[in-house]
Design a protein around this ligand. Structure first.
Ligand code: C5P
Ligand code: ZN
Length: 462
């Protein structure tokens, strides 16, 4: 019941904002450089285009004062902020910007009245609605845009909103229903592993992270033998993908994976995460990254995190030729960068403290992907402690990325809280989610920050 109340509060805010937007001939759209930010911008730019309003998209890694100055310099009549902005209302007003915000980060300050955010409707911005979800609600107030529901779900999945419970919840479910009714989305229980549309089945298992399956994850030969013993044929020249398997073969594989997991001592609560709800974009071609919400979000990350937001936005806005081709090239490079990053972590090693572990990549891993590498490092790291990764950013500050596991979160870990408090104490800024968070701090503060984090995590897991 409270979800439908929240939806009506959000819808009212959207109607108010849409009325103002429609009185403009051109607007600037400002968004965040990740999958949620790109899909949010894709949704808004598409609905503006349909409404005959000119738009100029701008992307930032974070909305700091210099980003706001740059936006103010555009001299535009209206700025629509998506997937960022809620925490910067005071600074937005200080610059005299006429603004609409569609975001899901915790609001702070005040002053922007045209503001769509799940927190303002009593909801949780980490699970109930993403930035792209807020943007989608606004798009519905701007016109007939229900077909954009798929992008809203890609953004939510990109922000890991389905991870805690194995399925999307809150207003995200409302969006799923709108998308299903519009014929653009379907959702079903299936294996949660990454790569069902594009990867050979053995590789999908090989890269399994959460849950990590001892004896299979990271061991290619073992994965191939495992499938052969199950009678899952390779399919001739080309290995079959998950989508090529029959229902019976899929069931057999899942059962065997669970058995294998139990035998190797994985808790049944962790094994439950093997299966969950998965999201399919029905208008996209089968066997492409775009068909699966999780693969789509990775493709987008491979563009925006390398400064190619225009390419990702092109894909979100329907370009299936040049933009998609370029995005696939970037995805290959992204994969290679991740492999190189992991190799580096393996060579350098991970340092263990009392309650956490960390590595410092210096300038050898890009700060925008060091968090992804940190998450993947759990395949070689201690799974009973969260992992912190450091990298230099372009301003010679220290970027920190922290990643936990769902098991640790269930034991009380909240990385967003720990990081934002520890960062604030060393003149940095941080935030994010319980299982994945980030911060930027001065280089010289590293040791102090590690001490603060070690005690904070110790208290949380106490
Ligand atoms: O950059 P990274 O991938 O480690 O970020 C993890 C999460 O933390 C993301 O949701 C990001 O938006 C958030 N974050 C934040 N404040 C920062 C850095 C990251 O809220 N200063
Ligand atoms: Zn987001």
């Amino acid at each position: 019941m409270y979800i439908s109340n929240a939806v009506s509060i959000l819808t009212k805010a959207c109607t108010k904002a849409a009325d103002v937007i429609c009185r403009h001939r051109e607007v600037v759209v400002v968004s965040h450089i990740d999958a949620d930010g790109l899909t949010a911008a894709g949704i808004i730019c598409t609905s503006l285009k349909r409404a005959g309003i000119d738009y100029q998209p701008l992307f930032f890694r974070q909305l700091d004062p210099s980003a706001l100055d740059q936006i103010a310099d555009q001299g535009t009549d209206l700025v629509i902020f998506t997937d960022l902005g809620s925490g910067m209302q005071t600074a937005i007003k200080e610059r005299g910007l006429n603004a609409v915000i569609a975001d899901h980060h915790r609001p702070s300050g005040s002053g922007v009245d045209l503001h769509i955010n799940p927190h303002l409707a009593g909801l949780d911005g980490a699970t109930h609605l993403s930035g792209s979800g807020s943007a989608f609600l606004l798009a519905r107030a701007l016109g007939q845009n229900d077909d954009l529901a798929g992008l809203a779900i890609v953004g939510a999945v990109g922000d890991l909103q389905d991870m805690a419970g194995g399925r999307l919840v809150g207003v995200n479910r409302t969006i799923l229903e709108v998308g299903a009714k519009a014929g653009v989305l379907s959702y079903q229980r299936d294996l949660k592993l990454f790569g069902k549309q594009t990867r050979p089945v053995f590789k999908m298992i090989l890269y399994s992270q959460d849950p990590y399956i001892p004896g299979l994850s990271g061991n290619e030969d073992a994965c191939i033998v495992f499938l052969k013993e199950l009678g899952i044929r390779s399919g001739g020249e080309r290995w079959r993908r998950w989508i090529d398997l029959t229902q019976e073969e899929k069931g057999r594989t899942v059962t065997a994976l669970v058995r294998k997991g139990l035998r190797t001592g994985i808790s049944s609560s962790r094994l439950e995460r093997l299966v969950g709800e998965v999201y399919t974009l029905l208008l996209e071609d089968e066997g492409t990254e775009l068909r699966d919400a999780s693969e789509y979000s990775t493709l987008l990350n491979a563009t925006a995190r390398y400064g190619h937001s225009d390419v990702g936005l092109g894909v979100c806005m329907g370009d299936r030729s040049a933009s998609l081709e370029e995005a696939r090239v970037l995805l290959k490079e992204h994969r290679q960068n991740l492999v190189n990053g992991l190799k580096l972590v393996k060579e350098d090693g991970i340092t263990s403290l009392n309650h956490l572990q960390y590595f410092d990549a210096g300038d050898r891993i890009l700060d925008t992907i060091v968090g992804i590498v940190a998450g993947m490092s759990f395949q070689m790291a201690d799974r009973s402690k969260p992992i912190l990764a450091f990298a230099r950013d372009e301003n010679e500050n220290l970027k920190v990325s922290a990643r936990g596991t769902q098991d640790l979160v269930q034991s009380g870990l909240n990385l967003a809280e720990a990081l934002s408090e520890a960062a604030a104490q060393v003149n940095g800024v941080g935030g994010g989610h319980n299982v994945a968070a980030g911060a930027t701090i001065p280089v010289a503060a590293k040791e102090e920050f590690l001490d603060l984090m070690d005690s904070a995590v110790g208290r949380q897991l106490g």
